[in-house]
Design a protein around this ligand. Sequence first.
Ligand SMILES: [Zn+2]
Ligand SMILES: [Zn+2]
Length: 100
Amino acid sequence: MAQWYKVSCENCGYTNELILGSSVTAESLKDLNEDSADFKIFKCKNDRELFTIDVHSSDFDNKCPVCGAAVTEINIDKIDGHTCPRCDSKTLKIEPVVHM
Ligand SMILES: [Zn+2]
Ligand SMILES: [Zn+2]
């Protein structure tokens, strides 16, 4: 099941919201086959940004969608020690978001 995560860094103020998981709402992704989407979080060192990328997409080739540099997958189960893409300090928090 897909889940939104809020990412925030208390050191530099970076924030982002990212979706992770394999089940998506038909509303947000009407043109994709629901079974084929699998969203993962990747970091681009070049842009100093985190992206959600559908790894089952035929367009995905481990490259940043913005600049084309190689991206690194972020394992969100590793609660401690996430490095902020902006300031490189290990103060990045990743917590599930509940949308009511
Ligand atoms: Zn930061
Ligand atoms: Zn990039």
